[in-house]
Write a protein that binds this ligand. Structure first.
Ligand code: BGP
Length: 462
């Protein structure tokens, strides 16, 4: 059997604004929660420069065009458009992304834009962030501004990156812990904000298409004990389905409602919410996939505090519900994230059967400590291997009937990792961030760059 992907399959590459752009106060940009987030070491802190994609975007896009991508997934920094989250539009910020879009279109690369990727304006955070309703209104205005400004050239949009991970791994991503009651009020506001984005994208852009972009990790039970299976059911709902069920079905699912009830959580609805929820739906589902997780029913607290401290490791505990379990059948990467390519096919099949919508993978990749050799090469065979195995599972899912329309791995270019700073690299393009190279931030093509280029060219795995 030949391993060819469907014609028109959307090969892409992904990044986010705050992890790449730098220029954190340039051209009128305001501060976001990522700029002010407390960090434990200098490397992680350095979003001020990141890989200076703000000034290098032409060079970066030229390289990505050379690699052959058809789509480029990037996010817009809300604080470049509205430095304080709302109010006056910052024209320089608006112009910047217009230039980026033009540059992509020049090479025939289709933009897939994420409205917001973890970088809420600090000014809105100071007023209560996603806990207060006014942030939903500010988001609505921000989204409308983007649809009006770029809708003539950009038809494909993604809403809010991984609200599930943002809430579950709050301390790592936002730098603070959110109490449960507040967390799930935030959930409701994020989901309503997303519904507004669906609605206004469809109203304002002719042929506009928009989808949610959660991080999906299918949850396995640790054993065949019924109680472990129940633990998996709850964590699947809290981690994955609650978000997509809200987006795609317009409702809270029963397992999630039970989880909220048992935790004594009540969610406040505004008058328009029910109508919004039930009448606005996505055109496709975008998903970020790194691995699967395994849980068991906790029988004793083991001194573990409730919470989830790392999105892809087994550091999970919610007393009475589930507890992370080290899956003995899966290997881990050097940052302790489990690797499960087979799980990707199962996830795609599960997702497709549940929502019956086209699916696009907007993140998947391997974070590693890459090394630049003296002759300017990066031999990242481990990344090629990881991607190869996952893309093979994508193909198997397509052959099994899943409407998978594209694959846009993380990341196009090296960037600042959420958990580990620049020491954990994902890109096809290496950025030399050593002190001697602070000004130039020279780009180098990794071995994976050439490998992906061939794959896109032939539309099949080598
Ligand atoms: C996803 C985020 C990305 C990204 C990736 C890898 O959750 O959408 O922003 O960084 O995970 O995570 P990390 O950077 O911690 O390795």
């Amino acid at each position: 059997m030949t391993h060819t992907f469907p014609e028109n399959f959307l090969w892409g590459a992904s990044i986010s604004a705050h992890q790449t752009e730098g220029a954190y106060q340039t051209d009128g940009k305001g501060l976001s929660v990522q700029d002010t987030r407390p960090r434990d070491n200098h490397e992680i802190a350095d979003f001020t420069v990141a890989v200076d994609h703000y000034h290098h975007y032409k060079e970066d896009i030229r390289l990505l065009a050379e690699m052959g991508i058809k789509i480029f997934r990037f996010s817009i920094a809300w604080t470049r458009i509205f430095p304080a989250g709302r109010g006056e539009i910052n024209q320089k910020g608006l112009q910047h992304y217009s230039d980026v879009i033009e540059e992509l279109l020049k090479y025939g690369i289709q933009p897939y834009i994420t409205l917001n990727h973890f970088d809420l304006p600090q000014a809105l955070e100071d007023e209560g962030g996603w806990s207060v309703r006014s942030t939903v209104d500010a988001f609505k205005r921000y989204a409308e501004t983007l649809f009006e400004a770029y809708g003539d050239r950009v038809t494909h949009w993604l809403t809010i990156n991984e609200p599930n991970i943002m809430l579950l791994v709050d301390k790592k991503i936002l730098g603070k812990e959110i109490p449960l009651q507040e967390k799930y009020q935030q959930f409701h506001h994020l989901m309503i904000a997303e519904k507004y984005a669906f609605k206004r994208c469809h109203e304002l852009i002719e042929g506009g298409q928009i989808g949610p972009v959660p991080n999906i990790s299918l949850v396995y039970p640790a054993t065949s004990k019924p109680m472990d299976n129940q633990a998996a059911l709850y964590f699947n709902s809290v981690r994955n389905w609650a978000y997509l069920d809200f987006s795609c079905f317009g409702r809270y699912n029963a397992v999630f409602k039970d989880y909220l009830n048992r935790n004594g959580i009540t969610i406040e609805f505004a008058a328009e919410d029910q109508e919004l929820m039930e009448h606005n739906f996505p055109d496709f589902v975008a998903m970020n996939f790194y691995t699967t997780v395994t849980v068991e029913k906790p029988t004793e607290k083991d001194g573990m505090a409730n919470g989830i401290s790392d999105q892809q490791s087994e550091d999970i505990m919610e007393w009475g519900f589930y507890k992370g379990f080290t899956n003995p059948y899966l290997k881990k990467n050097e940052f302790n994230w489990t690797i499960d390519p087979d799980g990707l096919k199962t996830t795609l099949q599960t997702l497709y059967d549940r929502y019956h919508l086209p699916i696009i993978i907007t993140e998947n990749g391997l974070g590693a400590k890459d090394e630049l050799t003296d002759d300017g090469k990066i031999h990242d065979s481990y990344r090629i291997n990881y991607l190869n195995q996952h893309i093979d599972q994508c193909l198997q899912a397509v052959e099994a009937g899943v409407d998978l329309i594209g694959y846009s791995p993380w990341s196009a270019i090296d960037l600042i990792s959420v958990h580990e700073g620049i020491s954990k690299r994902y890109g096809f393009i290496y950025v030399d961030r050593t002190e001697q190279n602070e000004k130039e931030l020279t780009r180098y093509k990794k071995d994976s760059f050439y490998w992906y280029q061939t794959l896109i060219e032939t539309n099949q795995l080598p």
